[in-house]
Design a protein around this ligand. Sequence first.
Ligand SMILES: Cc1cc2nc3c(=O)[nH]c(=O)nc-3n(C[C@H](O)[C@H](O)[C@H](O)COP(=O)(O)OP(=O)(O)OC[C@H]3O[C@@H](n4cnc5c(N)ncnc54)[C@H](O)[C@@H]3O)c2cc1C
Length: 425
Amino acid sequence: MSAGRPRVAVVGAAAAGLAAAEGLRRLGWDGEISLVGDEPHPPYDRPPLSKQVLSGAWEPERVALRDPAQIAGLGLDLRLGTRARSYDPVRRMLVLGDDARTELRCAGVIAATGVTPRTLPGAEGVEGVHVLRTLDDALALRRRLAAPGRRLAVVGGGVLGAEAAAVARGLGHDVALVCAGGTVMERVLGAEAGRLLAGLHRDHGVALHTGRAVTGIRAVAGRAVGVVLADGTTVEADDVLLAIGSTPAVDWLRGPGAEAAGLDLSDGLGCDEFCAAAPGLYGAGDVARWYHPVLGRHLRLEHRMNAAEQGLAAARNLLAELDPGRFGERRAFTPVPYFWSDQYDVRIQGYGLLAGADRIEVPVREGDPLRLAALYGTGDRVTGALSIGLAPRQARSLRAVAAAPTPWPEATERLADALAPAAAG
Ligand SMILES: Cc1cc2nc3c(=O)[nH]c(=O)nc-3n(C[C@H](O)[C@H](O)[C@H](O)COP(=O)(O)OP(=O)(O)OC[C@H]3O[C@@H](n4cnc5c(N)ncnc54)[C@H](O)[C@@H]3O)c2cc1C
């Protein structure tokens, strides 16, 4: 590696970071690319952790996002097991390692550090309390679920808690799912779809505790024996999974230059429509909150597809900033948000914006087998569409329904077309 080659550093070596590094190379960046990740593993995929890895259907190797030859082919300065300690966007200086010994001068930085799970006060160091974010987290819980007849208390009825509950029931364990909301995934899906999912979990034998806040862990001799609810009762368990949301990993950006560069770190790394947070600093994936000009608002999505798309968009726009003559104009990042979740044998897919809708219409709602199609919107516009258990082609066609805010009558018509028998299959 010759001295003096300009360097782009990508911080966070997972879905968004890998997409950014690959994007930089593919688009023609021939300078140095430092890909820095604090986990020891090469980039791997998270969605299977709460599904195939937890159930034991997949061995850990299968979640690798690329094979070693593909990673080597990118010609990276790959620094795994290395934490970015700080970045000064004014001096463009990245400091690595807990000892802060390594300083890298960067032409640009892409922040792709994701989120870290929230926990409960007093949960730290208690044996049998789990979170589920990393491969190591998934393997630790999987080892516990390998023994038969466990009692698992899942705290949090969001997508992660619901998926883990489904897997643990599939393995035959006793599962209690404690949700602060009135139903499962209520915050994202609203009450009606949430009730349907709650029914699915009940039908599979999950003990649902809805509308219940958990105040702490009950432990004996340093080992969890259950969770304590706000009314003082205890849900007994051998293991507890905390799936109560996450916090964007931006501590390393809170250095001296943050204020001077005008960084907004109030909810992740605040970025403009080009995913730029400051000159030479771009954000991608779960950590990035950027302005979506088509939807007319800031978004921070914790969705797998967004991580990959935004990694590439951030790479392209950073290069365009560094050398517009060579890499062209920056482009606003305007994806149609998309997520999926698998629970039992049901696939849930959301396109566009669902959370925060003030009107939800559910034209298709069938119980057995579970099938639902719904439109979500605010004011006179539809902004999102949801599929639960629809045929794959029908589900995919909902993307067009939610591609941009659309008047209700038009969106309803499009949904009917998407669901017409000819579109099934
Ligand atoms: C168990 C699970 C299941 C999921 N299932 C689905 C699903 O079914 N569908 C869906 O759409 N989405 C799903 N998601 C969400 C999806 O996986 C995420 O949106 C995606 O992984 C985000 O990628 P990312 O690269 O932005 O962040 P991450 O994957 O969180 O990667 C960030 C990386 O940066 C590292 N890092 C953090 N701070 C530093 C630092 N200071 N220095 C160096 N490295 C650092 C982290 O350790 C991590 O390795 C799931 C997530 C989880 C955890």
